[in-house]
Design a protein around this ligand. Structure first.
Ligand SMILES: [Zn+2]
Length: 243
């Protein structure tokens, strides 16, 4: 049996109350409504930021492609004009050469048509993306503002809980002061195995931990043992503190 004075046994109950308070405060701290709202918005912001970035990249690519196509069209058009100029210059007399030139001009025309079709597709996609990127930009800035606002709200809510936690931790230190380290160790080892409740008051004949009644014999033993040290509930193994 672990020796413990009556006073130490009573202080174990106080220690238990403080630890229960700390556990509840820590639970509230990690489950703040403000924290949940913040997490939700931060998740959405990450998704929107990724989409915004990939859409912007695609738009940049399209704008480069559009510029290249316009340059190519200009070059093809320039060549066609110059070939037409040669054809109508009257300097070419050979039928074979004229025929070749006509073929060349026709090929340049259809090349230009192809390029213009491609340009049209690029411009249509650019228009779609322009509007998507604008929507995403707006959504991104709204979400960024919301995350900032919610972070401040979460911090404000947490400040109150942190202050209560600080007070509870000071109370915990005070509760263990002067107590036998052996008693505190038994309590600390037992607590995680007993759902956070290692000490129970005996209420009449009922264990405050498991709500089961002690038999008459167990009552006698508990009284006798608690005069000298820690007594445990036969049913749930918690430390029993007699009034
Ligand atoms: Zn019990």
């Amino acid at each position: 049996m672990i020796p413990a004075t009556r006073d130490e046994q009573r202080r174990l109950l106080e220690l238990q109350r403080v630890d229960t308070t700390i556990r509840q405060l820590e639970h509230r701290r990690t489950n703040l409504d403000e924290q949940k709202a913040l997490d939700d918005n931060a998740d959405t912001l990450r998704r929107v930021a990724a989409e915004y970035s990939s859409s912007s990249e695609e738009l940049d690519g399209l704008q480069r492609r559009q510029k290249h196509l316009e340059e190519d069209i200009g070059q093809v058009e320039g060549r066609r004009r110059s070939e037409e100029g040669r054809m109508y210059s009257g300097l070419i007399n050979s039928d074979r050469e004229l025929e070749a030139l006509r073929g060349e001009i026709s090929a340049l025309r259809s090349r230009k048509n192809q390029l213009e079709d491609q340009l049209l597709e690029v411009m249509e996609r650019t228009e779609e993306l322009d509007s998507l990127v604008a929507t995403l930009r707006l959504r991104h800035s709204e979400l960024t503002a919301a995350v900032e606002r919610l972070t401040a709200a979460r911090d404000a809510a947490a400040v109150g809980i942190d202050a209560e936690l600080e007070t509870a931790r000071v109370r915990r230190v005070a509760a263990t002061e002067g107590m036998s380290p052996e008693v505190v160790t038994v309590y600390d080892d037992l607590r995680p195995r007993k759902g956070g409740i290692a000490v129970a008051a005996l209420e009449g004949r009922t264990c405050g931990g498991c709500r089961l009644d002690l038999t008459a014999t167990e009552m006698e033993e508990a009284k006798e043992r608690s005069a000298r040290g820690l007594t445990r509930c036969e049913q749930c193994d918690r430390i029993l503190v007699l009034a």
